[in-house]
Ligand binder design. Structure first.
Ligand SMILES: C[S@@+](CC[C@H](N)C(=O)[O-])C[C@H]1O[C@@H](n2cnc3c(N)ncnc32)[C@H](O)[C@@H]1O
Length: 277
């Protein structure tokens, strides 16, 4: 991990919990009959399961994972101790720190951040609040509900005059670009898009970014050990790509100077890449 993230309060898993997960929890989650697990989650009124069934990997389940304060016991287990929700909370902290650093290092004032698949906006609001420079952000998402929720949170952070919302499909990002973009945040989106859509989106973004402009994205590793559970029980099909594979896609779109930082569970890396000067 590079300088600048050592003091982040990451969630970690101790050796005993790691062994229990490997020999007991993950095999049960991955191989017990999916119908039985779904029944259990319904019977215990799991909110994270309901959110995923309604919209697999959508913004509501992200909020539940980020907040980590669940009422139902099944959610306390899934969200409190599950490797993916823990890693998501770590990714949120790490990505916000990286973005705040980029905002403060930006030579343009005010820095303009474009958030692709912004969802509830929690990462960018953390970053805007942490940064000293008064950056502005545009949040692009398919979902009106996500924007309604994000608008409320922006108000709570006192950021409503520095953010704007664009409802649309990031696969047609060109339609939604109407100004300068210094930093692009692509956290929590690449795992839902095939290679060619990532390359084409990054190529389009590169055309509106100044030399030295930065994209921030994340890799996803199978080290959480529960992909089979997510596919069978939640219908969530995430595309796992290591840092190198994603960096190669960004390289095809003209970006370089890659730097990556991992969160301690090894599930996510947050990667930055620059448009050459
Ligand atoms: C897993 S959530 C991540 C939210 C946020 N980026 C984060 O990391 O906290 C994915 C978000 O991307 C949005 N999304 C997925 N596909 C999209 C697309 N093609 N165009 C715009 N938004 C999209 C979803 O609506 C959802 O809010």
């Amino acid at each position: 991990m590079q300088a600048g993230s050592e003091d982040i309060a990451f969630e970690r898993v101790g050796p005993v919990a790691r062994i229990l997960r490997t020999v007991l929890v993950n095999p049960f989650a991955n191989y017990a009959p999916a119908g039985m697990i779904r029944w259990l989650l319904r019977a215990t009124r799991s909110e994270v399961a309901a959110a995923n069934w309604a919209d697999p990997g959508g913004w509501r389940s992200m909020v539940i994972s980020y907040e980590g304060r669940c009422r139902q016991w099944a959610d306390k287990v899934l969200v409190g101790w599950g490797a993916v929700p823990m890693a998501l909370r770590n990714r949120r902290r790490l990505a916000a720190r990286v973005l705040a650093g980029l905002i403060d290092a930006c030579s343009h004032s005010p820095p303009e951040v474009l958030c692709v698949g912004a969802g509830p906006g929690m990462i960018i609001f953390d970053a805007l609040s942490q940064a000293r420079s008064p950056a502005r952000a545009t949040l692009v998402d398919l979902s009106y509900d996500a924007h309604d929720y994000a608008r409320q949170r922006a108000r709570q952070h006192g950021l409503d005059d520095r953010v704007r919302f664009v409802t649309g499909d990031v696969r047609q990002i060109a339609k939604h670009l109407d100004g300068r973009v210094d930093i692009v945040k692509m956290i929590g989106i690449c795992e839902y898009l095939p290679d060619e859509q990532i390359v084409s989106m990054a190529q389009t973004l590169a055309t509106v970014m100044p030399p030295g402009g930065t994209v921030v994205f994340n890799s996803l590793s199978g080290r959480h050990g529960t992909d089979r559970f997510f596919r069978r029980v939640f219908g969530l099909h995430m595309i796992h790509r290591p840092v190198e594979a994603l960096s190669e896609l960004m390289r095809q779109a003209g970006f370089g100077e890659f730097q990556s930082r991992g969160e301690p569970l090894g599930v996510y890396h947050v990667v930055t890449a620059r448009k050459p000067s």
